[in-house]
Design a protein around this ligand. Sequence first.
Ligand code: NAP
Length: 495
Amino acid sequence: MSNLQKYKMLIGGEWVDAASGKHFESMNPYTGKAWALIPEGGAEDIDRAVKAAKAAFESGQWSKMTATQRGHLLRKLGDLIAENADALAATEVRDNGKLIAEMGLQLRYTPQWYYYFGGLADKIEGSVIPIDKPEHFNFTRHEPLGVIAAITPWNSPLMLAGWKLAPALAAGNTVVLKPSEFTSASSLEFGRLFEKAGFPPGVVNIVTGFGRDAGAALTSHPDVAKITFTGGPETGRLVYATGAKLLKKVSLELGGKSPNIVFDDCIIDNAVKGAISGIFAATGQTCIAGSRLLVQRSIHDEFVDKLVAFAKTAKMGDPMLPDTQVGPVTTLQQHDKILGYIDIAKGEGAECLLGGAKATRPECGSGWFVEPTIFAGVNNRMRIAQEEVFGPVLSIIPFEDEEEAIHLGNDVAFGLAAGIWTQSIRRALTVSEKIRAGSVWVNTYRAVSYMSPFGGYKDSGVGRENGQDAIREYMQTKSIWISYATDTPNPFVMR
Ligand code: NAP
């Protein structure tokens, strides 16, 4: 008898096993051992979940609720997440190995998405158009789309689910959520809170399983109105192509290779911390990692010395300990991929100043750890400067002046985020205008909020999450015309 924790999926308000009866193991990256059994959902389960979501959208309690009532439910859900934040964070750490300090903070912050969009639910107003046709009254309504397919990655499962679910539900849609196969447990635990908050059955369904089976079945289901996806660029392209074929609405939050640009007029000690937070926080497993550190040549050596000295002090080990600073990598595949990129960088001639190997410190036990790694002398054409590593690997690229910094900053396929370190307001504004990225931070890094739009330029994505406009990504506009004319003109021509 297995002593692994066994989970069930949420479909149509019921907790069920996969139709196949199969489960797969969820691994703890710190111990390298399985700790839970997750249902291996497939096309049949997805079909049941989409049908339940469609039924809840078209009839039943949810479809009859006012926007104000939906807002109340979302705020109740926010309260329940807040009450359960520590337990949910611990589950996420068990699954993705990120620090309890980081996941705890994320889970305590996640309720804000439900409060904010819950508050917004009944403030989406249409307009009366001062229409040019005599004796016609014309107005608009913003209506929900229907069933939303939400697909999330493993790095921040419940926070990123909130970025999708909160606006989607506030707008009146229903949802089928497919979390990453590597971090499904927290989403399933989160499912219980919908019941407690009083959401009607079928409004939110959670189907676990593999991307190639459950994920593909969800994105290609004819009754899905919109796909909202966060993940890697390769999968993103596949999802976009599927959506295009079936003319679904699609929004994508994809990867990044963000420039963190350090000018010689910065406060060096702050910029060093900014560089560290850009790459070693979350073990580099964030889409907004500042993995390309552009440093002005005039301060390059002094800056790099301080950076390496600081990075050397990073405490690795058990992510559940509050003072650990660098935890393991979430999956064994990712661990091997990062080590592969380190070899590529060395082969390309980058100079390894720190790390550059698997971490074998005793405190890392048998977990999947990679040493915080810093490469200097990186040329922007090297693969290590262009491709997303998604691990604790920093590439330092020197530059001469503002013009070159902007050129190098933009000379990459991605455009998710950027950092600028300077004390000059002129430079801060000029460079932030010219950088082609969805988020630009000046003298700070990795700041995100439910209030501020987030998304990618170029290959980093399509659409925006967060902020007031995000709710419009889950709505469509209807134009309603009413004639109050007493006669009907020539019916053979346009009105
Ligand atoms: P991924 O491999 O692309 O997977 C993302 C999600 O897609 C998972 O749930 C995955 O399921 C599913 N999936 C895989 N194949 C699919 C298919 N054929 N059809 C439908 N769904 C499919 O990404 P990841 O490795 O989990 O996450 C890391 C990536 O996410 C990085 O590139 C990172 O930059 C990006 N990210 C972006 C943002 C942002 O906001 N821009 C935020 C966080 C992360 P399985 O896990 O079962 O394969």
